[in-house]
Design a protein around this ligand. Structure first.
Ligand code: G3H
Length: 499
């Protein structure tokens, strides 16, 4: 890593700096936050524990540069994104390696997280260059004539605060930054405390890509110190956040009337009907539930199988899960460490609760350090916490159902509404069930997932607010500006019907 000379301004030994007005600084507080590898417990580095005073400076820098960026031709803004994407591809491997170390993501997935972000930047550049307005003639509304014409085009919101989560610290911050910038906003990025280092590289990348100083800024620090200060600050014009529903709810209270884009938790249920293709279903469920050890908002978090296939499906899924590799993310093991020991304790609590209430343990329920063995629980009932709570870890409950109606009822009783899945060969029935599910997206014969990234991505209830996805994010991060032309009587032409 140290050999790449472009990265040298952002750090001093193990001490990473924050990025303001085109410069890498240390906090005036003198506070730093240590980042440890969740697998080996080894120290990876320190990020700045910025203060409210640092936050004020960052906010002012972003605010003062909104105009310059908004007035930079769209073609140039688009080109900055394209050059940034080129650099992400060039440096995907070294940055992916840091990502693997700081959050314990398998190396291959960590590198593809950087590449996927490059793809988002290219696609956002393409979509951004297609932004168009509309013209409406007044005579389409009762009592008005063609003398009133509205012309609408899109303008930026101002300063957008982008807060990403630990599980996709590069990609899910990148997917907020690209639409914010292409729409002409200036940006303050606040990385998560765990996973804080990797997104700092976006500062180097965007600077090399030609972003003017102050248009893109990064602040690191403790949520307890600067979280509420940033979100409640009057000079922040919009917030895009991915993280837990609990934090999202709190953020919304502090933010007041600012526009929000919130991607929060989920409890995605896979409804498996009697006629499902069990090979396909098993593969989708295992991949969906256990990729990155279940630390995904879109992970499959409950399986609701019909009686005729339940026994066979549980056996097939258990067999597949028992063959998953476990261990070092550097060796691309499927199951690696959870982000910290507190998360492991929480997951263990859910397993213990289910077992104490009569669930059947099919495999797992073992822990070493921050690694939790993938766990399958059968015969889970609705009085168990695991039926409703989001583990964000490798545990999958099977709640056996007797009818599609019961599956819909259990799915919809959840406080979450991110995605739902239906596995069946009866497409008519699948569509009818899909219409009943109170979620953002229903997957038919596939696992829940966010991508492809130009699809709309949203959640209902505690799962979020607003819609993400390339063009949807650009729309959310800009607003219509309407100019109405009022034509006078002067110069009016006479048109009479001659019939
Ligand atoms: O954790 C939340 C992410 O949006 C999930 O993205 O479905 O691509 O893993 P993914």
């Amino acid at each position: 890593m140290n050999e790449i000379k472009e990265f040298s301004p952002m750090k001093d030994g193990l001490n990473y700096k924050y990025y303001i007005n085109g410069k890498w600084n240390v906090s005036e507080s003198g506070d730093v936050i240590a980042i440890y590898n969740p697998y080996s417990n080894e120290l990876i580095g320190y990020v700045q524990g910025c203060s409210k005073k640092d936050a004020d400076e960052v906010i002012n820098s972003a605010k003062e540069n909104v105009d310059c960026w908004e007035n930079t031709p769209l073609e140039e803004r688009v080109n900055v994104l394209r050059r940034a994407a080129d650099l992400m591809l060039k440096w995907a491997e070294p940055i992916g390696r840091i990502l693997m170390q700081e959050i314990g993501k398998p190396l291959k997935s960590a590198i593809s997280e950087i590449r996927r972000t490059a793809d988002i930047f290219y696609a956002t550049a393409d979509a951004g260059s297609q932004i168009v307005g509309e013209t409406i003639m007044g005579d389409s509304f009762k009592g008005f004539t063609k003398d009133k014409i509205s012309m609408t085009y899109r303008v930026p919101l101002g300063v957008i605060l982008c807060i990403g989560p630990f599980n996709y610290p590069f990609n899910l911050t990148g997917s907020k930054i690209a639409p914010a910038l292409v729409a002409g906003n200036s940006v303050i990025m606040k990385p998560p405390s765990e996973g804080a280092i990797t997104p700092l590289y976006l500062g180097v990348i965007l600077e090399k890509a030609g972003i003017p100083p102050g248009v893109f800024n990064i602040i690191t620090g403790r949520g307890s110190e600067i979280g509420d200060y940033l979100t409640g600050h009057p000079k922040i014009d919009m917030i895009s956040f991915t993280g837990s529903s609990e934090t999202g709810r709190h953020l919304a209270k502090v933010a007041g009337m600012k526009p929000l884009l919130l991607e929060l938790g989920g409890k995605d249920a896979a409804i498996v009907l009697d006629d499902a293709d069990l090979e396909l279903t098993t593969k989708a469920i295992v991949k969906g539930a256990f990729s990155f050890s279940g630390q995904r908002c879109t992970a499959v978090k409950r399986v609701l199988p019909m009686p005729r296939i339940a026994d066979l499906l549980v056996e097939k899924v258990t067999k597949e899960v028992m063959s998953l590799s476990i261990g070092d993310p550097a060796e691309n093991k499927v199951i690696g460490p959870l982000i910290n020991s507190k998360r492991c304790d929480f997951v263990q609590g859910l397993i213990d609760d289910a077992l104490s209430k009569g669930a059947t343990l099919k495999c797992g329920n073992r822990r070493e350090g921050n690694i939790m063995w993938p766990t399958i629980l059968d015969n889970v009932t609705i009085d168990m916490r695991i039926a409703w709570e989001e583990p964000f870890g490798p545990v999958l409950p099977f709640i056996r159902i007797r009818s599609a109606e019961e599956a819909i009822e259990i799915s919809n009783k959840s406080e979450y509404g991110l995605q739902g899945m239906i596995f069946t060969n009866n497409i008519d029935l699948a569509f009818n069930i899909a219409q009943e599910l109170e979620v953002g997206t229903v997957q038919i014969n596939g696992q829940s997932e966010r991508g492809p990234d130009h699809f709309p991505f949203l959640g209902t209830k505690s799962s979020g607010l607003g819609t993400q996805g390339i063009k949807y994010s650009i729309e959310a991060m800009s607003r219509p500006k309407v100019v109405v032309m009022n034509l006078s009587e002067k110069g009016k032409l006479i048109h009479e019907c001659r019939g």
